[in-house]
Design a protein around this ligand. Structure first.
Ligand code: NAD
Length: 479
């Protein structure tokens, strides 16, 4: 069975621990690979080499650092088919979906090519008689990234291209569920000319993260994952004097106003709720329907559209979405659907009944699920389900919809569908979430903005990538 090792100093190094994680093909349910989990000495080796590389790397002109990213971008484009195949084989999402996520990651690499412009600093002439003053931004040192399973290529690319062009060296701990594409992209960065030790990938699990947080040589940590872990990583990092941004889970609401075009909304929500099996932190998981007249029409249309979706393996281009990532995750989603049913919600479309084709019986499949008459006290509403499940809450007014969103513990993204400019303005002004869509179901900021939620969806002050990413990976000095 293929064993995935660590990638340190520009080469694969065999780990020293006997502990290994299992990597599955979620479409068949079979374990196809294993991944070495790092020992303390494996991590130490990565940090030592990163720290050593920092001395020279941080002094290189920023334009020279950025130049490597131009080449890196070309190599990702050249290898995009192979990379996409690696993502789908371990994550289970369909090919086009995986390819799209790679493109979003690539856009951050393109942003990183222009970072020297953002490192120019600020200058004030004659702040006192014959005294000038200026501010510059300098790198932090060795910084670390910890990433989730759902975007194994894109989310690491949210982090290290910026950190590296800003002059830092990086230690990445990807998800142990699907690390191969992450490793391959790191190799491409070395092919683009990165000096030894500037980027290092150490595979591991929660224990590796603990070791990383305790390591005093690491100055900052970017984390993306579930809220429970984000909160604890943030607390632990900050207590140990590290700078930290920890992005957590989500429960993203789409408010559908009575004046919206229902056919178009249903079409958009089908993709936003069920694409990637709902395993996106920006997936729409709750539709808030304003007014009963709209609700009846909407539910009938979403029932029809959901029943028309094709679920199956990633290698069939006709499929709309694939399996979820593990057997355990599938059971968790099923249990939350059952709890909604037990709590009195109405299952309009039941994904638990989905039967995959004969060759995929062992796969971690669930069909699309639509749950009407959801109440905010239900466990299924309070929890992030992170599966192909759309819950419906019915309200009477826009103000009720906004209050509902503001009471929710999460605040990643949300959107409103309306034809009325005033409604759009009130919604975007009053709602407590970090990323807002107006007639746009997945308001993921472009690479030139920054990405981040509010409330339990982000711990820390700065959002990820874009201008906030540059602020996070540098510190100001005023002369
Ligand atoms: P996860 O929290 O289980 O794991 C994320 C990372 O943390 C992995 O590298 C994992 O090895 C590590 N980890 C797991 N348990 C840990 C622990 N107890 N202590 C320290 N480290 C630990 O998340 P996941 O299941 O891989 O990813 C799905 C979650 O990520 C969802 O909640 C989703 O909403 C969230 N997510 C958020 C964003 C965002 O931008 N806000 C983006 C993508 C995913």
């Amino acid at each position: 069975m293929k064993l995935i090792e660590h990638f340190v100093g520009g080469k694969i190094i065999p780990g020293t621990s006997d502990k290994k994680g299992k990597v599955f093909n979620p479409a068949t349910g079979e374990q196809e690979k294993e991944v070495r989990l790092a020992s303390k000495s494996d991590l130490d080796q990565a940090v030592v080499i990163a720290k050593k590389a920092f001395d020279e790397w941080s002094l290189k002109p920023s334009l020279q650092r950025a130049r490597i990213m131009f080449k890196f971008k070309e190599l990702i484009e050249k290898n995009s088919d192979e990379l996409t195949q690696l993502i789908v084989a371990e994550h289970g999402k369909v090919y086009e979906d995986a390819k799209g996520s790679l493109t979003r990651g690539l856009e951050v690499v393109e942003f990183a090519c222009g970072i020297p412009h953002l490192l120019k600093g600020e200058f004030s002439e004659n702040v006192g008689t014959n005294v000038d003053s200026w501010s510059i931004r300098q790198p932090l040192g060795v910084v670390a990234g910890i990433t989730p399973f759902n975007f194994p290529a894109m989310i690491p690319l949210w982090m290290y291209p910026l950190a590296i062009v800003c002059g830092n060296c990086f230690v990445l701990k990807p998800s142990e569920k699907d690390p191969t594409s992450t490793m391959f992209i790191a190799e491409l960065l070395y092919e683009a000319g990165l000096p030894e030790g500037v980027l290092n990938v150490v595979n591991g699990n929660d224990k590796t993260v603990q070791l990383l947080l305790e390591d005093k040589r690491i100055s900052a940590v970017s984390f993306v994952g579930s809220t429970r872990v984000a909160r604890s990583v943030y607390t632990s990092a900050v207590n140990q004097g590290k700078r930290c941004q920890a992005l957590g889970g989500a429960k993203n609401h789409a408010v559908v106003m009575p004046d919206s075009d229902v056919d178009s909304v249903v079409n958009q929500l089908i993709g936003a709720a069920f694409g990637s099996s709902g395993q996106r932190c920006m997936a729409i998981s709750v539709a808030v329907l304003v007014g009963d007249a709209l609700a009846e029409k909407f539910i009938e249309k979403i029932r029809l559209a959901s029943n028309g979706l094709r679920v199956g393996a990633f290698n069939n281009a006709d499929n709309d979405f694939g399996p979820v990532v593990t057997r355990e995750h599938k059971s968790k989603i099923e249990a939350l659907i059952t709890s909604a049913e037990d709590d009195g919600a109405e299952i309009v479309v039941d994904g638990r009944l989905f039967k995959p084709s004969d060759d995929l019986q062992g796969g971690f499949f669930l069909g699309p699920t639509v749950i009407d008459k959801t109440k905010i006290w239900m466990e299924s509403y309070k929890e992030e389900i992170f599966g192909p499940v759309l819950q419906i809450v019915r309200v009477e007014t826009l103000s009720e919809a906004i209050q509902l969103i503001n009471k929710n513990a999460y605040g990643n993204g949300c959107c409103v569908f309306t034809g009325d400019g005033n409604t759009a303005r009130i919604f975007s002004e009053e709602v407590w979430a970090g990323m807002i869509g107006i007639n746009v179901p997945l308001p993921v900021p472009a690479a030139t903005q920054s990405f981040g939620g509010w409330k339990d969806s982000l711990f820390g002050d700065l959002h990820i990538y874009g201008p906030d990413g540059v602020r996070f990976y540098t510190r100001r000095k005023t002369i």
